[in-house]
Design a protein around this ligand. Structure first.
Ligand SMILES: [Zn+2]
Length: 209
């Protein structure tokens, strides 16, 4: 297990623009940096890096997070392995005592669920603004309730289609593990292993911390 100070040292050293630049050519765009997303095919850059916030976000596929999350996604490795990878890159001593299997599982779970939640927010927001039902039912509902456009944008409100598993299948297609879809509570799984969206046909309010 890594102590928090080692984790802090790694995340402090691993500047997001630095880490991403190993894989993506970034151009400056105002306070942010922009490039072609390494996680989905695109010709027009929608992959944004914010050095000030220390995060990346793709407005095309919805992936986002800090430099550790970027390495997790890019290398398809766990949170712990990503920290180890970055420690090596930045010559930070990786002092560890053995993780118990349980500690390791909890930490990896938490980080994987974070990524699933990020994806879900983007997915539901995109559905609200781009899908016919999102626009007519979701946006229609918000407007009826008096939500202004800037509020809908600011709080990243969304809409979950009134279908059995549209979200769950979308997430799996995007490469997210069904186990974490179920663990976050976004997806329900019955005894025969069939998935269903928990929030089908509802407007979505992401929790911002
Ligand atoms: Zn993308």
């Amino acid at each position: 297990m890594l102590d928090q100070s080692t984790i802090d040292k790694i995340t402090d050293a691993a500047l997001i623009q630095d880490v991403v630049s190993d894989y993506v050519t970034l151009r400056k765009r105002g306070v942010n940096m922009l490039g072609l997303c390494p996680f989905h095919n695109e010709k027009t850059p929608s992959f944004t890096v914010s050095p000030a916030k220390g995060i990346f976000k793709c407005f095309g596929c919805g992936k986002g997070g800090n430099s550790v999350h970027f390495i997790m996604e890019h290398e398809q490795i766990t949170y712990y392995e990503a920290l180890k990878y970055l420690a090596k890159k930045y010559h930070i001593e990786f002092q560890e005592r053995e993780f118990s299997a349980e500690e390791l599982a909890i930490r990896n779970d938490r980080e994987s669920m974070f990524l699933v939640n990020e994806f879900a927010q983007k997915y539901f927001t995109s559905t609200l603004h781009n899908h016919l039902d999102g626009k007519s039912i979701g946006l229609g509902y918000f407007r009826e309730r008096g939500f202004r456009e800037d509020i809908i944008q600011k709080f990243q409100l969304g809409y979950s289609l009134d279908q059995r598993d549209a979200f769950s299948q979308g997430a799996i297609k995007a490469g997210y593990n069904r186990e974490y879809l179920v663990k976050t509570g976004l997806t329900l799984e019955n005894e025969s292993g069939q998935l269903a969206d928990r929030f089908g046909g509802r407007v979505m309010f992401p929790v911002h911390k």
